[in-house]
Design a binder for this molecule. Structure first.
Ligand code: NDP
Length: 330
């Protein structure tokens, strides 16, 4: 039998956490034959609620769930974890300046980085969900120098899945028959959902999305803004931010990273830029990646046209600005 994998979820008493932990305990993240031990962290005001989540996990009698640690102590939460999903963060409240939110999150990610550095498994894989996700991941990387850069990522898979969903809705093809969209850049409204290399698997073979959709005006306009603004649309409809889709895409991100992407398919992940596609080095930027043997690699050699170039650069500029703002908060 496989040894259990220890999975940390921070902010576990929150909305996304509540949707995410049962998915992990059911094997959605690491597979139906992989036992797990869940480590759940939240802040002291949420401790009672966190304990309620623990009670529900016990009551669900998940066969794969071999243990639950629910704590408000960061180091206890990080002890020996193999996977860390960082959902906890300070939300932007009405009237708050961007810089104030940044400053709160910088201090959270700095201290959690130190705890992971000190207590987690040496090969821990980290996924940052909490916003500003790319910059929180960058701060985490800076303050956990012994964790390899390649092991620190942020979530843009929800945006990626939203793009697949929009193409599927538009064309009538199953979402599982649409692949290789790309989310470039920041997990913010400057992200660039790119379909120039995406394909649909039709009964007559693979066809470019541009050919199947046959409406460049839609693809270059409303498609992009719908994906960029989908989070706001969910809030408007649900009066709460997206949680089940965020949790599901976090599982997709880790599953593909650990178990590999299918042949001929790439996904989007926020990773440390190595300068590919002339994206400045030193920011966490969403790229198309394939994964094998627990490692991601940026897909190389894709053609970037003028329209895309402008969009790749604009979202890079925002990340550089966020980086500067984050450093000024340290
Ligand atoms: P959610 O679970 O809804 O969201 C958590 C984080 O995920 C937020 O940063 C949020 O960003 C981000 N997020 C939300 N939707 C998406 C999305 N679609 N894609 C990517 N990221 C997304 O928030 P809750 O308030 O319900 O829960 C947060 C938990 O964190 C609480 O339990 C709280 O106690 C805990 N917390 C922990 C802190 C710490 O560790 N020190 C500090 C503060 C809170 P956005 O705000 O932009 O929606």
């Amino acid at each position: 039998a496989k040894q259990p994998v220890r999975v940390l979820v921070t902010g576990a008493a929150g909305q996304i956490g509540y949707a995410l932990v049962p998915m992990i305990a059911r094997g959605v993240m690491l597979g139906p034959d992989q036992p797990v031990i869940l480590h759940m962290l939240d802040i002291p005001p949420a401790a009672e609620s966190l304990n309620g989540v623990k009670m529900e996990l016990i009551d669900s009698a998940f066969p794969l769930l071999k243990g639950v640690v629910a704590t408000t102590d960061v180091e206890e939460a990080c002890k020996d974890v193999n996977i860390a999903v960082m959902v906890g963060g300070f939300p932007r409240k009405e009237g708050m300046e961007r810089k104030d939110v940044m400053s709160k999150n910088v201090s959270i990610y700095k201290s959690q980085a130190s705890a992971l550095e000190k207590c987690a498994a040496k090969d821990v894989k980290v996924l940052v969900v909490a916003n500003p996700a790319n910059t929180n991941a960058l701060i985490l990387k800076e303050f956990a120098p012994s964790i390899p850069d390649k092991n620190i990522t942020c979530l843009t898979r929800l945006d990626h899945n939203r793009a697949l969903g929009q193409i599927s809705e538009r064309t009538g093809f199953q979402v599982s028959d649409v692949k290789n969209v790309i989310i470039w850049g920041n997990h913010s409204s400057t992200q660039y959902p790119d379909v120039n290399h995406a394909v649909v698997i039709t009964p007559k073979g693979e066809k470019p999305v541009r050919e199947v959709v046959n409406d460049d005006e839609w693809l270059n306009g409303p498609f992009i803004t719908t994906v960029q603004q989908r989070g706001a649309a969910i809030i408007k409809a649900r009066k709460l931010s997206s949680a089940l889709s965020a949790a599901s895409s976090a599982c997709d991100h880790i599953r593909d990273w650990v178990l590999g992407t299918p042949k001929g398919t790439w996904v989007s992940m926020g990773v440390l830029s190595d300068g590919s596609y002339k994206v400045p080095k030193g920011v966490i930027y969403s790229f198309p990646v394939t994964c094998a043997n627990g490692e991601w690699s940026i897909v190389q050699g894709l053609l970037i046209d003028g329209f895309s170039r402008t969009k790749l650069d604009a979202t890079a500029d925002e990340l550089i600005e966020e980086k500067e703002m984050a450093y000024s908060c340290l």
